[in-house]
Unconditional design. Structure first.
Length: 115
């Protein structure tokens, strides 16, 4: 299993970013996917999940209404659209899959929200 994130960067408060995760090495279309983030000195936080077919998504209150997770099963890709970004969204963002009860993580992509 390999998960490769991209799309992070520096953005001003109120701005937007779109993260991408390219998945390989497993049957992508049958597994739920998620995004998590980890800020310095803080525990990793789940920020979005999506079911295998993409029909259901879930978000914590901290990002609900601002973040949107989506997937393209034909391309083995999962995305995280982030709008109205706040300084507290600054973190390393990780793509995650749990395949046959084994957790797989990407290397992460840094998102920094600062003026």
């Amino acid at each position: 299993v390999q998960l490769v994130e991209s799309g992070g960067g520096l953005v001003q408060p109120g701005g937007s970013l779109r993260l991408s995760c390219a998945a390989s090495g497993f049957t992508f279309s049958v597994w739920p996917m998620s995004w998590s983030r980890q800020a310095p000195g803080k525990a990793r936080e789940l920020v979005s999940t999506i079911t295998s077919a993409g029909g259901n998504t879930d978000y914590p209150d901290s990002v609900k209404g601002r973040f949107t997770i989506s997937r393209d099963n034909a391309k083995n890709m999962v995305y995280l659209e982030m709008n109205s970004l706040k300084p507290e969204d600054t973190a390393v963002y990780y793509c995650h899959a749990r395949v046959f009860r084994v957790d797989w993580w990407g290397q992460g992509t840094q998102v920094t929200v600062s003026s």
